[in-house]
Write a protein that binds this ligand. Sequence first.
Ligand SMILES: [Zn+2]
Length: 491
Amino acid sequence: MTLQQIEIFNTLTRKKEKFVPINPPFVGMYVCGPTVYSDVHLGNCRTFISFDLIYRYLVHAGYKVRYVRNITDAGHLEGDRDEGEDKFAKKAKLEQVEPMEIVQKYTLGFRDVMRMFNTLSPSIEPTATGHILEQIEMTKQIIASGLAYESNGTVYFDVEKYSQKNNYGLLSNRKLEELLEGTRELGGQDEKKGRLDFALWIKAKPEHIMRWPSPWGSGFPGWHIECSAMSTKYLGTTFDIHGGGMDLIATHHTNEIAQSQACNHCEPVKYWMHTNMLTVNGVRMSKSAGNGFLPMELFTGNHKLLEKGYSPMSVRFFMLQTHYRSTLDFSNEALQASEKGFERLMNAVNTLEKLKTSEKSSSDIKPLHAKCYSAMNDDFNSPILLAHLFDGVKIINSTHAGTETISKEDLDLLKKTFHDFVFDVLGLKEEESASNNDELANNLMNLILEIRNEAKAKKDFSTSDKIRDGLAKTKISIKDSKEGTTWELQK
Ligand SMILES: [Zn+2]
């Protein structure tokens, strides 16, 4: 199988580049995972769904991908620059449990949501707490290279010294002076030498529970070092793709590059990929603006901004209708349009199985098939791919209606195109329809009514009344007539 030639927009160079893996057909991809101290928010879901699409397409295109997505379960302070309280400790105090109980609860919750969105599991899902030794080792090596220093039990990365030979602001395309302007002045008491210095290892305060012994005393790793340590361990000192949300560019990913470069003396990543933000009715989604809904609220419709609930697959479809590098705007209108679009697509997939073939085709399927690949080869352009698939939907529906014809050969290719792109690449799937639940409810109700009729026939009215009253309590009313007994849900 020849590999597809893919172009990727590289944040590092700010242009689309031909994707040439270091060691084809193998591809190493690292994506910054969730910090599991609260429910995963929708912006993160978009990032992980986008990289699920990228992963799925790379695999479909013949690459052998090792996909690493970490779980941050230690070391993440409230501020990106090592200030504020530890996120896990704060939540643990609030819920009166151990920090690791917080980690377990929200890791499981995160995986549930990812499963609902039909994302594939990464090849490796390493945790920060599982890689303390690697992080200590890397910190030691950075100190040995002269680019980090210890100050009162905390180890800082020396950004100014690093900048003498390296471009610290490369990824965010900003000069060191500009970055300095954006940070606060050091106070007299500060342990840091420079304003941009960040912690690799943090001294634990006496009340801090999550702590490990280290050459610098008892403490815990900084947030950024875990990704450098784990990506190096599983993907090597230079690997192909590193991804995350674009809010990670300025600090987290910038620091990752600096740490890895300082430790391994080479550029860590060939292609940096970033997903864009979410907005709601045109306003940036955020907790503080009160317009940030959680995935579960979106599924149930239980949020003041939502008119109704939207199924996980229609939300996934909705997200894929926008390119990962564009902002994605949530509105009830757009979600409802996606719901219809998703249904139309799935109906067409079902109709495809029923199509009858003719001698000749009225439209050529080969160009459609090729266009689907071109769309995905162009920086994973899922909205364009969907537009081509909807051209296919028209052909399917017209052929079913008898206004177009299709040959056996073309029908096979059309089926393959839809199967490959709708299921394997876009990761959509048929949702368990309401009719399945309806069938179950019908069977159960028939059984209950049969028992009630038998009781009545035996003049056991206490049982038959008990059934009727019990059903009424669950808002099910039953009606007896000559034809038999029927039931309905009270509105
Ligand atoms: Zn990371």
